[in-house]
Design a protein around this ligand. Sequence first.
Ligand code: F6R
Length: 612
Amino acid sequence: MCGIVGYIGDKNGIDIVVKGLQRLEYRGYDSAGVAGISAGKIQIVKKNGRVDVLRQTVEDVKFSSHVGIGHTRWATHGEPSDINAHPHISHKGKVAIVHNGIIENYLSLKKELQKKGKVFLSETDSEVIAHLLEEVLENSAGDMIAALQIVQRTLVGAFAVVILSVDEPNLIYAIKKGTPLVLGIGKGENFLASDGTPLVQYTKSVIYIGDGEILRLSANDFQIYNSDIQEISHATSVLEMEMSMIEKDGYAHFMLKEIYEQPKTILDSMRGRIAADMSEVKLGGINNYAPQLYNANRYLFLACGTSYHAGMVARYVFEQLCRVSCEVDVASEFRYRKPVIHAGDAIFAISQSGETADTIVAIEEAKHHGANIFGICNVVGSTISRVSHEGAYTHAGVEIGVASTKAFTAQLTVLYLFALKIAQSKGTLTPAQIKQYCSELHAIPDQVSEILALSPQILEISKSLKDIHSMLFLGRGVQFPIALEGALKMKEITYIHAEGYAAGEMKHGPIALIDEFVPTVIIAIKDSNYLKVLSNIKEIKARKGKVIAIVNKGDDDIKGIADFCIEIPETSELLAPLLTTIPLQLLAYHTANVRGCDIDKPRNLAKSVTVE
Ligand code: F6R
């Protein structure tokens, strides 16, 4: 969703900010803009469409300023347009702001400000911040920190706001609540951004601004104040990111690069967490809450989208390996169904970005009822990792592709490790079984490499999907969530209507869809559901449906019936999602490519969904 960049130093801040916005494009956006100060005035250029259009315009007008703030906007209040794009400027042109988040009380504030004669140009909630700040500044004798304290307290909702003031051209200010903002510390120059990607090129020394804090930034210095305007100090962190992680490295798309990274990222997520002799799992991140984790009467998995599918897989795995009752919930629904939460329930909050608003709200609800929260996040220092009691990072590296791939398999890996650790502690698995699972997990990265080598065959299958409008994805047992994930990947980047279903449910409704124009992808590996899935394939074929089957190597029975078979290696039933998901990612990728879709920037989607 929206992204923010700020710069102050001796270079042309506009160039640096626009480059930073290009780094943030992966978050999803529809318009972009930049503001700087030149000739004693705030100047703004903002454009509907791609950052490249903005870049061209600022080059054409030779826009230059030693200080700059910029924004990519993902429309919520008001359509994508030049006017609604950020930055927004105050009535008298004193301040310009960029905002990431949502101001929930903007309507009442807007009415009050309009009564006082402020003229609003846009339909956004964000513009209210500029007018409000200018008004409060006038009443605070120009004391920006005092004014920001009042503004921060007045705004309801989530926000990271970065501010330029015409009266203080050598400073940038920022406030934050609930939406991420990172300060990058340079030499004679400083930076601000929504995440580390615009910063890594310049500095690895960062500070994550906390909720309720106020930042004053100059080229050589910065001060951070708490909500009572006392100056506070923050330790700097090292940005765990390399330039190679945010570049395509010769791949046509970030998504493809990330699919191919999985042998390494799966290994990275288990690195140091499995004993060399495979006899035990070690999870450093749960030292203080280990008893609460092992002795919980119930495990609950909360997440959205792909991360929710990881939670669904985990439910099958935890129930079988740990013999404890488990539930999984879409985070956006959790709070609103007034869930029964017992003090001591162990909640796994799963999130690649660690910034998903729905998941954060669900965590707040669970915490309120005394549950212990274990965060499984990819982005280090993210909000969910900080609001969780304990947890584990997935260590998949930066995921730029909007369609999540390597983060999903990293989440699965970490969830398997949690399940094994708990089973080990409860004694629900024997030492020999633990060893067997650890060894099989360890073999997964090589098996993933084997599946990646099938890419040319999967490309050929994709060509048969080029013009179809609708398809089904079926799986049973622990493969049911993988069918859902396969369908999600397909719909988000190809725009083909793809429905994921439990294979056993097919005859209860979706079978009505099947004909020669609606192909079915079915996970039919040799697990405990194999024979039932085989029957499902026959039912589809009897109705002239095309079948693309994911099977184990050498499965001649299904080869004789299905239209296409993708043969993958064997592992134990519960670990197989780590393998079956790979061909589905490639199938979605290649199908999107043959259909000419913009794979890394799928329409309407945002990488990090920071609004409810
Ligand atoms: C799908 C996808 C989304 C995210 C969802 C949750 O490919 O990426 O469905 O999985 O928005 O995001 P995180 O994991 O960041 O909480």
